[in-house]
Design a protein around this ligand. Structure first.
Ligand SMILES: Nc1ncnc2c1ncn2[C@@H]1O[C@H](COP(=O)(O)OP(=O)(O)OP(=O)(O)O)[C@@H](O)[C@H]1O
Ligand SMILES: [Mg+2]
Length: 273
């Protein structure tokens, strides 16, 4: 078998010319806050998502991603297939996944979750049982994250890659997940404020699985609401109580593990009132 241009690549000079040379670049994501540039590339009937970084912070983040995928695999998490060096940085190779992220901020544009034709608004109009099934998949993937000893950092609706045609959810961009617990040695962690726990904004605080409990609690709260202002809850009261516990501002008042949150959620969701 001849070497595969992506899966067997070891060192490449500049990423985009290389991808143009070995395949057809059918999409480019050039406007990401992360500083990474990603591409959809077709090669011989297969489609790939290739994410590259040449600037140091973005490269550090992609090196983290390599460790994350080495530690955790789950059917819902888009699997990393390979990584290779590029001049001044790193590139990651994933299978291309059809769908749209529920929220897609770019350097020039943030917001827009409320627009009726936005992916988030469209998702919020899905039948509740469909949303509960998707939430179950997201939670289940995070049980694998917990079992791997990782903490969810920078998880938000931009990680939720959903295919409205097939009702298939995939998780992408888990680049900032990292082993925990750890002490926050910066003023804040990266992430979307709507999902982040208070301790993520406090230098010196402990970031542990209770931080992940909070973040997932926020995902449950935001995705199971008909609107963006958290005024139109579509779930049950017991489910809402679970979310309140998961998102308590004092970590000590939250579920002590994701496992405990998920068990409670599953219990409440099977006896929906
Ligand atoms: N495997 C994939 N297949 C198809 N599209 C993908 C895949 N992974 C990510 N995407 C799309 O590419 C976009 C950019 O990917 P990703 O979020 O990993 O980049 P990023 O540079 O970390 O962006 P951000 O600054 O928003 O965190 C995503 O918003 C999503 O639309
Ligand atoms: Mg990112």
């Amino acid at each position: 078998m001849p070497p595969h241009p992506l899966l067997d690549a070891e060192t490449v000079d500049a990423l985009e010319p290389y991808l143009e040379e070995v395949g057809t670049v059918f999409h480019a994501f050039r406007e990401q806050d992360s500083g990474c540039v990603s591409y959809g590339v077709a090669i011989g009937g297969e489609r790939w998502f290739v994410k590259g970084a040449t600037e140091s912070e973005a490269t550090t983040s992609l090196r983290r991603a390599v460790k994350v995928h080495a530690a955790v695999q789950h059917p819902v998490i888009v699997p990393l297939q390979h990584s290779f060096d590029i001049a001044g940085g790193l590139a990651l190779v994933y299978p291309w996944v059809d769908g749209t992220v529920l929220y897609h901020p770019t350097v020039s544009r943030h917001g827009g979750r409320t627009a009726p034709d936005s992916p988030m608004a469209q998702f919020r109009r899905l039948p509740v049982p469909v949303i509960l099934r998707v939430l179950e998949q997201v939670l289940d993937a995070h049980l694998a994250v917990e079992a791997a000893g990782l903490i969810a950092v920078d998880f938000y609706d931009g990680c939720l890659l959903y295919d409205f045609e097939s009702d298939h959810m995939a998780l992408c961009d888990l680049d900032e997940y990292r082993p925990g617990p750890f002490i926050l040695e910066a003023d804040r962690l990266p992430g979307s404020r709507r999902f982040m726990a208070p301790e993520e904004f406090t230098r010196g605080s402990t970031i542990d699985i209770r931080t992940t409990v909070f973040v997932l609690g926020r995902a449950l709260r935001l995705l199971l609401d008909a609107g963006d202002d958290e005024q139109e809850w579509r779930g049950s009261s017991p489910q809402l109580e679970i979310i309140e516990c998961a998102t308590a501002s004092d970590p000590a008042c939250r579920f002590a593990s994701l496992e405990a949150l998920v068990q409670a959620w599953r219990g409440a969701s099977s006896v929906r009132s």
